[in-house]
Write a protein of this length. Structure first.
Length: 277
């Protein structure tokens, strides 16, 4: 594997950070020793775009190196640049310029997401799934992810919410049969799939859908809003028991459930001792 001290592109600089960019060097690596990232957020690659990039690489060469990590035995996994790698294969290249980074699997996923988001290569569903995975895997809040990726918290939250929709509707979003505005209006609506098909068939505007679903959402909001008397009762119980409480009435209003929340086993043990007195 030979080394060349080439200047790295702007996209790579944004991904690695200025300090790491200055230290990084480009290596020629056998293309057969490189494999795609199993955690790549992007699942769909436009064949026409890959073909066009391949033609460009044949004529101009690979302008920006592929970022990889060493997985041992002289093999490498792509962190960022799978589309370029596919295009290089199509162009018949035997070796490609790469930057080798040390990175954990979680970091690999994060870097791959950052590159795709910066390039706007992900469809909205892929982007939403990637955000959700990062939040769950790293146990971080939306605000923290927002700062890390340079995206607003509302953008991230709104995208993640579309994952509540049926997969059939998500595919309609990917294929651009319905817009994100349509999708947001369908969240939490019964028979949302049928409504989505109606949107396509009747070419309904987002405003039309919002009007038709607003009555249901208002009724649902009323059902989920608690009576002030219930809130007072919950507070009274919480003060006496020493735990946060939640009272839920069934639809008939004559029965329901009482839920107690404890932060650790010691707190639960203290409450049990008090109840036994």
């Amino acid at each position: 594997m030979s080394k060349e001290n080439n200047k790295l592109g702007m996209g790579l600089g944004a991904l690695l950070g200025p300090s790491n960019t200055n230290k990084a060097s480009v290596n020629k690596i056998d293309i057969s020793k490189i494999s795609p990232n199993k955690q790549q957020p992007r699942k769909n690659f436009d064949e026409k775009e890959v073909q066009e990039l391949s033609s460009s690489i044949k004529n101009q060469g690979l302008i920006q190196p592929i970022i990889v990590r060493d997985t041992g035995n002289d093999n490498y996994e792509i962190i960022a640049g799978e589309r370029r790698w596919r295009a290089c294969q199509l162009a018949g290249l035997h070796s490609v310029d790469c930057v080798v980074l040390e990175a954990s699997e979680d970091k690999v996923f994060e870097l791959a997401l950052i590159e795709n988001v910066q390039r706007e290569d992900l469809n909205v569903v892929e982007e939403a799934k990637a955000y959700k995975k990062l939040i769950e895997t790293n146990n971080i809040k939306t605000e923290e992810l927002s700062k890390k990726l340079g995206k607003s918290t509302s953008h991230i939250s709104n995208l993640i919410r579309i994952l509540e929709l049926d997969e059939e509707i998500q595919n309609m979003i990917i294929s651009k049969k319905i817009s994100m505005g349509h999708a947001r209006a369908l969240i939490g609506v019964p028979d949302a799939v049928a409504k989505a098909k109606e949107i396509i068939a009747r070419k309904l505007s987002v405003r039309d859908v919002e009007k038709s679903t607003s009555k249901y959402k208002q009724n649902r909001k009323k059902l989920t809003q608690k009576d002030p008397n219930i809130l007072d009762l919950e507070k009274e119980l919480s003060d006496k028991i020493g735990l946060k409480t939640s009272i839920h009435f069934n639809e008939n209003g004559s029965s329901g459930s009482l839920t107690l929340f404890y932060s650790d086993l010691n707190q639960l043990d203290d409450v049990m001792k008090r109840l036994k007195k």
